[in-house]
Design a protein around this ligand. Sequence first.
Ligand code: ZN
Length: 99
Amino acid sequence: MSLIPSCPEVREHLTDYLEGTLPFRKRLGIRIHLLICAACDGLRKALLALPAFGRKILEAPAEPPREAAVAQERALERALERIAAGPGKTGPGKTGPEN
Ligand SMILES: [Zn+2]
């Protein structure tokens, strides 16, 4: 087992890393990985930009909050209705300058 973890390992433990709950050796490995891996470092920045509430949702994808699930369903229904209505009926009118 090498000191520097792989991308999947880093992503799996990234929230723990940000919360400082990982053992020193693991934390160090992830820190080094983040220095050399732009993809994982970008994910770290995205997680930092989220409020703690959002991070909890990402940690527990098996059971999303009911309100969020209902909102997603409604959004999906509306999108499907718009698709079913066909083109030309979705916007306020064809007033754009493009042809
Ligand atoms: Zn990576």
